[in-house]
Design a protein around this ligand. Structure first.
Ligand code: ZN
Length: 624
């Protein structure tokens, strides 16, 4: 019922299938109060709402209960798309009301909710011991509730207050339960106090345990300010009561934050309200009418921001967006500090390369997982060819001014780039040449680069200040070997390019395009990111050179004949996979006995391949 279509960071564009239609995530579900609808659901649809959320507890406790049971919730609020219902956990926490946890789940099922929610125990500022008890109770209720969910998708909330270990414990227990969606609960008080550091810590702790194939809902997060960072950490669903809550209070949502109507002189927004009225006219309105107008604007801005997030995923610029938004609020900067300690985890989900160049935005940019990976792989996988090294200062990309010289020198040529010292052979690899930097970096980025440079030089041959002698005839071969090692692992260059090597270059650009070993086409170089695309023969050579599980995706018996013919590998047919493979890495598809079936490209990492039921795990290029 959940399928990845596109991805960037841990953010993903997915299809979530429900009884009343497909939801494209990430998205926001506007909260609807069945007793008060200043904006009708069908109007919301026009602004961008694909699904809405309403409170089953409010319906359950009021006069419309019978009506809901007879007509169903869709007719009750007159919305034909997917409806999620909440169970009243927040009301229970705030007003101490009481409702039976099983009865309320049954009620949601009876009124035809597409996604129902368990009645979890909300822990916000509870002590550790209290929160622990509440987590245990929530887990028990989730277990019981899944048994009666019927065909309704069931959202089982992860609680744990501000204690990451409790969040992890709760999520870990939820993993074993037949739940469909996992809200991260109890975060509204954090958001109201703008405790973004705690919010991000709670998301990370939960995401580390929640299976990647289950959508994650950040409960009560309706402020667009948190969308980019929450989506980048893998949140798929949001709900917004903020649009109406703020409107009642005369507050308007903008990408930079929330402002009171009186504070504004102009309304920089193209929505139909801001185009029609100015601030004075809005202030003169009757309160109800003004609330309706501001609520419309707030919802409009909310969906504009979500559309921007989805576009950022599609173009691979989500980290840039997260970094830019962090400067909108100092507390979001606190949240960025938390991410710096999570690079190892973040890197697992990061694509090999992106459609767009790496854009530097400031002091957070060098903490991106792609930089971490680049430095790590360089340290682990690159080997020098000579006993002396010569350092060039970068004079603009793609280092063309040096290349004629570098290619002939009998020394390891290192270019001092904004990303740090880079061997000349890797000049085309993402993000080296696909990056944009200002002429001067901030001090934090400079420190990261200088630490890396120091480590890099400690491991490798000493620098010479004297210009090395000319006579290197092998630079192109050196280059394809270095890229192969960097991309596939140490030893890949020797495995792929052993024998008579023919390197074909583009007549137009002079760049390497195809490489033949003993007259067999082994790899092509992609112009977009400087990495190799494996050919059948290349796959064979790597398969012989590397022991399992390296580079492999092990495919179930029943799918083998199809994959051999070139059909893609669906996640449900993956038995296991190399845990070092990253989204968009080249991969070898093999049988359980390690027979090479096909070569292709992953769309998922190992955890995702083993978790998803739906969707393509790897695209097959050629069957073997
Ligand atoms: Zn507006």
């Amino acid at each position: 019922m959940f399928e990845i279509k596109e991805r960037d960071a841990l953010g993903r564009i997915c299809k979530l299938y429900t009884k009343h239609g497909v939801i494209t995530t990430p998205t926001v579900l506007p909260v609807i109060n069945p007793h008060y609808m200043p904006i009708l659901p069908r109007e919301m649809k026009k602004i961008g709402a694909q699904a809405i959320i309403t409170n089953a507890y409010i319906i359950y406790k009021s006069k419309i209960r019978q009506d809901a049971l007879e007509k169903g919730v869709h007719r009750l609020i007159n919305f034909s798309g997917p409806i999620m219902t909440d169970s009243g956990s927040f009301q229970m926490y705030q007003y101490g009301i009481d409702v039976d946890p099983i009865e309320i789940v049954e009620f949601q099922r009876e009124i035809g909710s597409d996604i129902g929610t368990i009645l979890d125990v909300f822990s916000a500022d509870a002590s550790f011991e209290e929160a622990k008890k509440e987590v245990n109770e929530t887990i028990e209720r989730a277990k019981k509730s899944t048994k009666i969910k019927g065909k309704m998708l069931l959202a089982c909330t992860v609680q744990g207050g501000v204690y990451p270990e409790l969040r992890r414990k709760c999520a870990k227990a939820m993993k074993k339960i037949d739940a469909d969606i996992h809200p991260i609960g109890g975060v509204v008080p954090l958001m109201e106090k703008q405790k973004y550091r705690e919010l991000v810590t709670a998301i990370i702790a939960s995401k580390k345990e929640i299976p990647p194939s289950r959508p994650v809902h950040l409960f009560g997060a309706g402020h667009p300010l948190v969308f980019p960072i929450a989506v980048a950490l893998g949140c798929d669903l949001f709900d917004s009561a903020a649009y109406i809550k703020y409107a009642k209070d005369g507050r308007m949502i903008f990408p930079e934050g929330t402002f009171r109507l009186e504070e504004k002189e102009e309304l920089p927004c193209p929505c139909k309200i801001c185009s029609k009225y100015d601030v004075k006219e809005l202030l003169k309105m009757e309160k109800d009418e003004r609330t309706r107008c501001i609520a419309y604007h707030n919802l409009y801005q909310t969906f504009v921001e979500m559309k921007k997030v989805r576009e950022a995923i599609r173009e691979g610029s989500l980290w840039e967006m997260v970094e830019r938004y962090a400067t909108n609020h100092p507390f979001l900067m606190d949240a960025m500090e938390v991410l710096k300690k999570q690079k190892k985890w973040l890197e697992k989900w990061e694509r090999i390369s992106k459609k767009r160049a790496f854009m530097y935005t400031g002091r957070y940019s060098f903490h991106r997982p792609i930089v971490y990976r680049f430095h790590k792989r360089l340290m682990e996988r690159y080997s020098f060819s000579y006993s002396t090294s010569f350092l060039f200062e970068e004079k603009g990309k793609p280092f063309t001014s040096y290349l004629p010289i570098i290619k002939r020198l009998k020394a390891n040529c290192i270019i001092s780039s904004p990303l740090g010292f880079i061997p000349a052979e890797l000049e085309d690899v993402y993000p080296v040449s696909q990056s944009v930097f200002p002429s001067s970096l901030d001090s934090e980025s400079k420190r990261i680069v200088s630490n890396f440079n120091k480590k890099f030089m400690e491991r490798f041959p000493q620098l010479t200040k004297k210009m090395p002698e000319k006579g290197n005839e092998q630079f192109d071969l050196q280059k394809v070997r270095a890229i192969a090692d960097f991309q596939f692992g140490k030893g890949a260059g020797d495995a792929l390019f052993n024998g008579e090597i023919k390197i074909i270059k583009s007549k137009k650009t002079g760049k390497i395009r195809n490489v033949y070993t003993n007259e067999k086409h082994v790899v092509s170089m992609r112009a977009s990111d400087g990495f190799f695309t494996l050919k059948k023969e290349g796959g064979n050579l790597l398969h012989k050179a590397f022991l399992p599980p390296k580079l492999r995706i092990i495919i179930k018996e029943e799918a083998i004949p199809f994959v051999k013919k070139g059909k893609n590998v669906f996640a449900k047919f993956v038995l296991d996979c190399d845990e070092e493979l990253r989204p968009y890495d080249e991969a070898l598809m093999v049988s359980e006995d390690d027979e090479l079936i096909a070569i292709g490209r992953c769309l998922m990492n190992r955890e995702e391949m083993l978790s998803f039921e739906k969707g393509i795990a790897a695209k097959t290029r050629e069957g073997c």
